[in-house]
Design a protein around this ligand. Structure first.
Ligand code: ADP
Ligand code: LRH
Length: 488
């Protein structure tokens, strides 16, 4: 048995978790300590037609998250007396604004509609082609740069003296140290794709004062030690450090993809599907920009060349709607039975564009899907099993075309698609992906994000050789976790 000396805090949009890990004899062992929900806060809602819309704003419930994760860490410390290090990862782009070390209100959720106003404001100062050349990012209305522009207009940004992305904010609360981890910073739009430093041109054109940003750290760097009050609260009486990991959850997930050679693509499958290739350098061609591919910063200086193709958000949000619609007499279907019914659907199933912007805000997904088809004169899917099947077929189709595009744009050939994350458990989705792409699918590991988080810590604290490459870390993943193969 390897001692569990590391803790991963992985905050996903579906749930947060605290997982202990330890590496011995080249194998990673993990123990799940805590899992807690992460539901956004619609502070005030109003009814607009059939839709419930937030009127004031959509926020993350950061207090509950922090309370749950510290409770998880307390349990982790009790279960692992030799705990040495904690790594924190979370979804990208969102941030807290601080003044004098205090958080100014709840962090906005990226699905809040305000950022489209920010897009107009930013594009008036720097057009999308120049922005892509500087930051290498796909256009997503909710990239931090656009959210901040919307924030600036309300006067809120001007009051802040610090911006910390969510994992950096949590690291600050645990250690008192304000740092910006570079993989997540690469999703803001404020980082230069060429040197991965804050870009002075983007900052000055968007009027973001450079002093609100903090020093950058890389995965493996020490952020700091738990402060005395935090350590006490966690029941810890020895020094425990917070280690920077790929704090962008997708960076950690991709670090844990057990690629077998150079012909693998990845799909990090959860709330989103992040579909693409790992590269050594960014692709900044006009074709890549037009296809809306992104060049996010990965662990060890790699590039995640990918597209955000919606994800299981479409399914979970549909299920929430069915729950809302259910009469007392109806039993709302659980995920497994819905998937079984969807698998049993026969006959042609229409597919839609899962990345259509209308699917981004929370709300009535089944109705929006019906609208998408009706606007095009296509007969929409009828009934829940058909809707679920249509969602999965549409995702699988989008995965296939996105990977084909990535092959063209990079002049590389893909023969294997690795699906990692919670969605790798969705057998039907894996089968459909293999079928539509004509490529072999390898599904797993499920907890890729936490695994990538833990392995970077393991290397940083010396449980794994400090010279280990990403390939060496991936060999540990391959030894430690089974994958399921789906033939084309
Ligand atoms: P995130 O990090 O975005 O919160 P996860 O990687 O935790 O996402 O994946 C969550 C998704 O995984 C859920 O939305 C669900 O659709 C899918 N999932 C979880 N468990 C199962 C399962 N047993 N079978 C099929 N799908 C599952
Ligand atoms: C996945 C993710 C993704 C981002 C989105 C906001 O959790 O981090 O990589 O684009 O959330």
């Amino acid at each position: 048995d390897s001692p569990l000396t590391l803790a991963a805090v992985d905050l996903g949009a579906t749930s947060g978790r605290v997982i202990l890990g330890g590496v011995a004899d080249g194998v990673l062992r993990m123990r799940h300590i805590a899992r807690f929900p992460n539901a956004p806060l619609n502070l005030t809602e109003s009814q607009s037609g059939a839709q419930v819309v937030p009127t004031e704003g959509l926020y993350w419930n950061i207090q509950s998250l922090f309370a749950a994760l510290t409770e998880g860490l307390r349990e982790a410390a009790a279960a692992a007396p030799g705990l040495r290090s904690i790594g924190i990862d979370s979804w990208a782009v969102d941030y807290g604004l601080l003044r004098g070390g205090r958080l100014m209100g709840l962090p906005h959720h990226y699905r809040d509609g305000r950022s489209s106003r920010g897009v107009e404001l930013v594009h008036a100062r720097i057009d999308s082609a120049e922005l892509f050349n500087r930051n290498g990012l796909q256009h997503l209305d909710f990239n931090t740069v656009f959210q901040l522009a919307a924030e600036e207009e309300t006067g809120f940004l001007g009051l802040a003296d610090r911006i910390l992305l969510i994992p950096d904010l949590i690291a600050y609360w645990l250690t008192g140290q304000e740092r910006s981890e570079v993989t997540n910073a690469s999703t803001t739009g404020l980082l230069s794709v060429s040197d991965r430093q804050w870009d002075p041109v983007v900052l000055s054109r968007t009027e973001i004062p450079p002093e609100v940003l903090t020093a950058l750290v890389s995965p493996g760097d020490r952020v700091g030690y738990l402060t005395e009050p935090v350590a006490q609260r966690l029941g810890i009486s020895h020094a425990v450090e917070v280690t920077a990991v790929g704090s962008h959850d997708t960076a950690s997930a991709v670090a844990a993809v057990p690629f077998e050679g150079s012909h693998g693509a990845f799909i990090s499958s959860g709330t989103w599907s992040l579909v693409g290739l790992e590269l050594d350098s960014a692709v900044l061609s006009e074709d890549a920009r037009k296809a809306n591919f992104t060049n996010e910063g990965g662990v060890d200086g790699t590039v995640r060349f990918l597209k955000n193709v919606s994800g299981l958000w479409l399914l979970t949000e549909s299920m929430r709607q069915w729950q809302r619609d259910a009469t007392d007499a109806e039993r709302s279907a659980d995920l497994q039975s819905l998937l079984a019914e969807a698998a049993a659907v026969t006959g042609p199933i229409p597919i839609f564009d899962p990345s259509d912007d209308r699917f981004i805000p929370p709300g009535d997904m089944p109705q929006r899907i019906v609208d998408w088809f009706s606007e095009r004169g296509i007969v929409p899917p009828r009934g829940r099993p058909e809707v679920v099947r249509s969602i999965l077929e549409s995702l699988a189709d989008a995965y296939s075309t996105t990977i084909e595009l990535a092959e063209e744009l990079t002049n590389r050939r893909v023969d294997t698609i690795h699906i990692v994350g919670g969605g790798s458990q969705n057998t039907l989705l894996c089968e459909l992906t293999a079928k539509r792409s004509g490529k072999r699918v390898l599904a797993g590991p499920i907890e890729a994000t936490a695994i990538g988080n833990l392995l970077v810590q393991a290397r940083a604290v010396g449980d794994v050789d400090s010279r280990a490459t990403l390939n060496d870390l991936r060999a540990i993943v391959a030894r430690s976790f089974a994958v399921t193969e789906y033939a084309p």
